[in-house]
Design a protein around this ligand. Structure first.
Ligand code: FE2
Length: 379
């Protein structure tokens, strides 16, 4: 069932969103983890993120520790509890390592809070000013699906490394980057029947519009099924696809996620590169593990996607996937989960005109995920 707010024209959404919630970009993504030092080392060594900032015992923060890493425009914050009574332990116990904060960069965090709360958002953080010798930042926040939150970050009067309370950090160990540029989209998994609820939230509370939807008919019923809608903000820079499980012959991968994450949450972060062959070559050499499709995927690839710049044999050797829409094509690849539980993973994507999300690869991918689920005994 479509709701009227999901069907508004893009132009109207752009106007409305510019009016009440202009978003300049993704500010950072914060994961709550059991061991931030080791997580940071993994994202540096495996993915090529660089040291940016630190907060912890050495900066006077006794209850929790955060490492801030950067690559291109992507800022990743890895935070772990230190003291025994930290409230973060409950997050780790329930969800394992997972995304808590999707922070959005705004002009006016006070207005962003007021406008979204007036439209029905559940408050998480009242507008709060933090300052140090590098200036001031205003933060506010609202809840989205599950325990995930959006923080609004206003930083035009701030010149420090990251945020007040953080110090610049340089461990002296900086593996080269892997060509990751920016976050293309971030996907949320929600529970049975909740996709439209959360798409309506993004439409009504945040002024987003629906770009695309997929339903279970897009996916062979032999495979684990899901439904998905893509919500985008007015500028088109922020894209949040929302998945819910659908009935298939096998247990949905979304259902497996919800079970192991202990509720709705961020399923994957898609990061853009402008040379996926080089990026994936580097990631594989550093031990990043990807979902694998069989040789047969490449047999009729040329026929399916037409003329592309890359050599099929090279794509095949790296197991890179290709899909085409009416505006161009895209290349993509998905890691296996990057944490212990079968929850969050990373997508590497290079767009060559295409604005879609790789629907043509769903079947091959779901067969691959199904093989992984079989090994985990969760199918
Ligand atoms: Fe994706």
């Amino acid at each position: 069932m479509e709701t009227p707010s999901l069907n508004r024209t893009y132009k109207k959404v752009v106007e409305e969103a510019q009016d009440f919630l202009p978003i300049l970009g993704t500010d950072y993504v914060e994961l709550i983890v059991g061991n931030a030092k080791q997580s940071a080392h993994y994202f540096k060594t495996a993915f090529g993120f660089q040291d940016l900032a630190f907060s912890g015992m050495e900066t006077g923060r006794k209850d929790q520790v955060s490492y801030v890493l950067q690559q291109g425009k992507i800022r990743l914050v890895l935070t772990a509890p230190l003291s025994q009574d930290s409230h973060l332990w409950e997050h780790v116990r329930t969800h394992g390592d997972g995304v808590k904060v999707v922070a959005l960069w705004v002009e006016d965090a006070t207005k962003a809070f007021q406008e979204t709360v007036a439209r029905g958002a559940k408050p998480y953080l009242e507008p709060t000013v933090e300052s140090d010798e590098f200036g001031r930042v205003v933060k506010s926040g609202i809840y989205t699906y599950g325990e995930t939150v959006h923080l609004f970050i206003e930083r035009h009067e701030y010149s420090g490394a990251f945020l007040p309370g953080f110090q610049p950090f340089n461990s002296g160990f900086s593996p080269s980057d892997t060509g990751l540029k920016f976050i293309d989209h971030m996907v949320g998994n929600v529970d049975w029947g909740q996709m439209n609820t959360w798409c309506t939230f993004y439409a009504e509370v945040m002024g987003f519009a629906q770009l695309i939807s997929f339903d279970d008919k897009d996916i062979s019923t032999d495979y684990t099924a899901l439904m998905s809608k893509v919500m985008s903000n007015g500028s088109g820079f922020i894209k949040f696809p929302i998945n819910e499980p659908a009935k298939g012959k096998k247990k949905s991968q979304i259902e497996e996620y919800i079970e192991y994450y202990g509720g709705p949450g961020v399923q994957h972060i898609a990061v853009a590169t402008d040379n996926i062959v080089e990026t994936v070559t580097a990631l594989r050499s550093r031990g990043v593990q990807f979902l694998e499709v069989p040789d047969s995927y490449y047999e009729d690839l040329q026929h399916r996607v037409g003329q592309i710049d890359e050599e099929i044999e090279v794509l095949k050797s790296l197991r890179i996937l290709v899909d085409r829409d009416d505006q161009g094509y895209l290349l993509q690849l998905f890691t296996k989960p990057v944490v212990d539980r079968p929850t969050i993973f990373i997508e590497i994507i290079q767009r060559k005109g295409a604005t879609s999300f790789g629907k043509g690869n769903f079947k091959a991918l779901f067969e691959s995920i199904e093989r992984e689920q079989e090994l985990r005994g969760t199918l």
